[in-house]
Write a protein that binds this ligand. Structure first.
Ligand code: NAP
Length: 291
């Protein structure tokens, strides 16, 4: 208990972010951000561009990425002219084989990726039985397969760079315990945590993997005011960046340490809330089908 408390004080009061560009970047280094066109991923793009990384966004919609790159340039102001931006279109929910990820990687084989942010993801509420086959396949492909397969096709290149490399895997507090009503999401995020921490220990001499056990963040995936346990993408990413290269896993903002504790230790309450939400969602979907 005391050791845990001292660790938290060190992390949240005394720790300073590494000079990420110095550690992971070079003259022409890139941060590749999956799902960088919105929410938490877009915030990584802003923050890593500010630290001097060129930005490559990978998501489904070319026009949306272009608009976000324009927005990013506006945010960066004069600094934007010294950086490069690139978009790659991919729908991870439809990709289930490593060969498809190798093909995707050829589109960025000419750039030096120093930071790989494996962030794209989504959630679908509903009891497992009520999800369609397609929903289950797409959830697994997007939330578990994409992160691991894309990392797999990058791992040798990242390992062989002269500088260290960093990888962020966007897990979730909902992966800390099996959660009904959103079980596929919960399981996929647990999978990411296991693989992130396990492989993180294997490659730590050259690659810093951060498993981000993220709590609630106000984004289009989880709309509603940020307050209490729900934070903003700005807070969330700021805390993730502070811990890269320092811990194999982080909860991000301090309130998400508490959120993780609740999911792990008060699962009876969490189960009730999530099952109710899933039930409500199923009723809404059935009502829509009838209309
Ligand atoms: N928000 C939270 O409370 C919360 C909590 C814990 C963990 N997380 C995790 O954080 C990550 C980001 O979530 P967010 O809240 O920022 O979500 P968001 O605002 O909905 O953004 C999701 C991003 O992923 C992209 N994306 C979605 N489906 C995709 C697909 N099939 N193929 C490629 N790209 C796809 C989206 O772009 P397009 O739609 O244009 O393709 C968008 O850029 C997710 O992994 C999520 O599970 C979020």
């Amino acid at each position: 208990m005391l050791v845990g408390l001292l660790k938290l004080i060190k992390q949240y009061i005394f720790r300073r972010e590494l000079d990420l560009h110095q550690v992971y970047g070079g003259k022409e280094s890139w941060a590749l951000v999956t799902g960088g066109s919105d929410g938490i991923g877009f915030q990584y793009c802003i923050d890593l561009a500010k630290r001097g990384f060129n930005i490559c966004i990978v998501s489904r919609n070319a026009e949306k990425i272009d608009l976000k790159i324009q927005e990013l340039k506006q945010i960066l102001g004069d600094q934007a002219s010294s950086l490069k931006f690139r978009s790659v279109v991919a729908d991870f929910s439809k990709m289930s084989q490593i060969s498809q990820y190798q093909e995707l990687a050829t589109k960025v084989q000419d750039i030096d990726v120093g930071m790989l942010i494996l962030n794209a993801g989504t959630a679908v509420f509903g009891k497992f039985q009520n999800l369609t086959d397609q929903e289950v396949e797409e959830l697994v492909n997007l939330n578990a397969i994409h992160n691991v397969y894309l990392f797999k096709v990058f791992v040798d290149k990242l390992y062989l760079r002269q500088k260290r490399s960093a990888v962020v895997l966007l897990s979730s507090a909902l992966g800390l315990s099996p959660v009904p009503g959103i079980a596929v999401y919960s399981a996929s995020k647990a999978f990411l945590r296991h693989i992130g921490i396990g492989v993180g220990k294997e490659v730590r001499d050259k690659i810093d993997i951060q498993t981000f056990v993220c709590g609630q963040v106000n984004t289009s995936l989880n709309p509603g005011q940020a307050s209490g346990l729900k934070t903003t993408a700005v807070m969330s990413v700021k805390n993730s960046l502070r811990d890269i290269g320092q811990d194999l896993a982080t909860a991000g903002p301090i309130q998400h340490v508490l959120q993780g504790w609740i999911v792990k230790n008060l699962s009876f309450g969490v189960d009730k809330i999530m099952l109710k939400a899933a039930e409500k969602k199923s009723i809404e979907i059935s009502a829509k089908k009838i209309q």
